[in-house]
Design a protein around this ligand. Sequence first.
Ligand SMILES: [Ca+2]
Ligand SMILES: [Ca+2]
Length: 231
Amino acid sequence: MRRAWPVDERTFDTSSYWIGFNDLDGKGTWAWTDGSVTSYTNWYSGEPSGGSEHCGVLRLSSDGTWYDASCSSTYGYICKYPLNTISCAEWKRKGYTSNVYYTIDPDGRNNGVDPYKVYCDMTTDASTGITTFEHQEANRSLVAGAQVAFSFIRNITYGAKSVDQVATGADISGECYQYIKYECHHFQMTGSTAWYDRDGKQKNYWGGATVDSGQCACGISALDKAVFAIV
Ligand SMILES: [Ca+2]
Ligand SMILES: [Ca+2]
């Protein structure tokens, strides 16, 4: 059975929505825009009233029942899309290739975290879609006046998404990465700087360094040179 789809009322300032149901075939047969015909309808009493009205509208003010209206009227619209899509990669497999926001639910419908919107990069990698979790710290932060170790702290948040939602999305990903760049000068990194993972565990290694090495990339490359010198 086909039902009316949920309406995001924040998106449209209107109470009527085109639903893609019409009888424009000239035979008076009501069908969806993809050509499919359904036995399920939800017409308001007395509708469709016909005449010059050939396009179906859903009205929130009438409990979501349908009316036929003139196809040239301006209303909001409701689009059909697959439910239970877990990632941008799956959206792409389903044929969606635009770089826009999509709704994903990494741990499945009616299970775990609620669905949420992410930006899908469908073009950088031709073979898959990349799920992007945007956060508020994409730009450099000026650190002023922090003298004591660990005295400057920056929390990273991902918009309206909870840590569990982001973590669930990361957990199902084949690869997942996030850059944290440390650009301070004349400051001792070891024992003075750290980042914290989703569980609050302190991590003391930085970009390009081995996990838990307590190093940054330049520390690792300097170590490599020393080893080669000995050999
Ligand atoms: Ca009507
Ligand atoms: Ca879920």
